[in-house]
Ligand binder design. Structure first.
Ligand SMILES: C[S@@+](CC[C@H](N)C(=O)[O-])C[C@H]1O[C@@H](n2cnc3c(N)ncnc32)[C@H](O)[C@@H]1O
Length: 287
């Protein structure tokens, strides 16, 4: 069911869609729409953000968010040398490639073939190599307890209907003591219009309204979906999967940093966070 009511924050809008539609959308429909959307948007996404993300560079890079927080500086994953790492929603996998370059055994997973193709093209030129897997984040095609670390930089979690299932799957594939660190749009952004300017400073929607943001094509086909969770929802989903939440990072807008990314801007960054990074761990009964 899709209603024509004002919508909140979206990671991005497609040109030929109706952007302000909201409604309830299940996992299958969300995945199908987002796979098509990211396939179609892969080129534009990389033209706009590829350089910032290190996507075209041979060594890759690990940028957590539009505020420019880099794993090289913040070490949220700790020492990755020799670690088996899964990256969820890897896109063209600059993060997985960077992790490989740091001595990790990284695997990148994404729903979109065209995003993954760009990663393959980047690796064909040499540099660190990472196996890439096309799959959805709600059912991970890996055995139990095989990864030391799982990470995601704005990949999959904001786009899935059942983010609790992602948490459960991550807990399953992690080894005891393993870390799960993921960045998403900060839940409070849901309240504001998708605008980097002054119009993006006025509350338009209830923070508590979990109705997803949905775009549809003229024929009614769902073409893009984002799902909202409050901070409390995210914490409960992490804890519900049996994981321990160790930190919640809200990166501040860096002084003098001018680069806008969609609704992320220096103006909005002065007033409230744009990104939330959840750092969690699977308990180890032996320690
Ligand atoms: C904003 S991009 C981030 C890509 C990459 N992490 C980066 O920093 O450039 C979101 C990615 O999540 C992927 N994605 C969306 N829904 C997904 C799902 N259900 N399972 C796996 N990947 C998904 C998209 O295909 C896209 O590559």
């Amino acid at each position: 069911m899709v209603e024509d009511t004002p919508g909140p924050v979206a990671w991005a809008n497609t040109g030929d869609s109706h952007p302000l539609m909201r409604g309830s959308v299940d996992s299958k429909t969300s995945a199908a729409a987002n796979r098509r959307w990211w396939d179609a948007d892969a080129e534009d996404y990389h033209q706009t953000h590829g350089e910032f993300l290190g996507a075209g560079s041979e060594s890759g890079d690990f940028v957590w968010c539009p505020e420019g927080l880099r794993e090289e500086d913040v070490h949220l994953l700790g020492d990755v040398t020799g670690k088996a790492v899964l990256e969820i929603g890897c896109g063209s996998a600059p993060c997985s490639r960077w992790l490989t370059g740091q001595g990790a055994h990284a695997v990148g997973l994404d729903l979109s073939r065209q995003m993954l193709r760009r990663g393959q093209t980047a690796m064909a030129g040499g540099g660190p190599q990472a196996p890439l897997v096309q799959a959805g984040a709600e059912q991970l095609p890996f055995g139990d307890g095989v990864f030391d670390l799982v990470c995601s930089a704005f990949g999959a979690v904001p786009f899935v209907a059942d983010s609790a299932a992602v948490m459960t799957e991550v807990a399953r594939v992690l080894k005891p003591g393993g870390k799960w660190v993921f960045s998403v749009n900060h839940p409070m952004r849901w309240m504001f219009p998708d605008d980097p300017g002054p119009a993006g400073l006025t509350v338009m929607l209830s923070y508590f309204d979990r109705t997803p943001y949905v775009e549809t094509k003229a024929d009614g086909t769902v073409s893009y979906v984002e799902h909202h969770r409050t901070v409390g929802d995210r914490i409960r989903e992490i804890r519900g999967a049996g994981l321990i939440l160790e930190d919640l990072i809200e990166p501040e807008w860096p002084e003098g940093f001018e680069r806008e990314w969609g609704q992320w801007s220096p103006l909005r960054g002065q007033h409230f966070p744009g990104t939330a990074i959840f750092c969690s761990r699977k308990p180890d009964p032996d320690t």
